[in-house]
Design a protein around this ligand. Structure first.
Ligand SMILES: [Zn+2]
Length: 101
């Protein structure tokens, strides 16, 4: 069966599934079980530490107000913020800020 060339092709509008995703604030510093809305599965989060507000506060006060040895704590991950990502798709699921903001 063939249609004539000027036959209008019907367009079927597919419903778009909108997934609302909100990044949570969590005090947990280690990987934990979380549901990934993108993968639609429960996964163990992977953590990535990065420089955050707490790191810059220690850097500023350690440099100008206290002595230089306090800057050695900047070398460890304890002063950095932590992102909890999905190991499959990399979606940011939760954050843990050391400074609390
Ligand atoms: Zn995922």
């Amino acid at each position: 069966m063939s249609y004539p060339d000027d036959f209008p092709i019907p367009h079927v509008i597919q419903p778009v599934k909108v997934v609302r995703h909100v990044v949570k604030e969590t005090p947990i510093k280690t990987p934990f079980l979380e549901f990934c809305p993108k993968c639609q599965s429960t996964i163990m989060t992977s953590i990535n530490s990065h420089i955050g507000v707490c790191w810059w506060l220690i850097c500023f006060f350690g440099t100008f107000l206290f002595c230089w040895p306090i800057l050695f704590c900047l070398c460890c991950d304890a002063s950095k913020d932590i992102d909890h990502n999905c190991p499959n798709c990399g979606l940011l699921l939760a954050t843990s800020n050391r400074a609390g903001f």
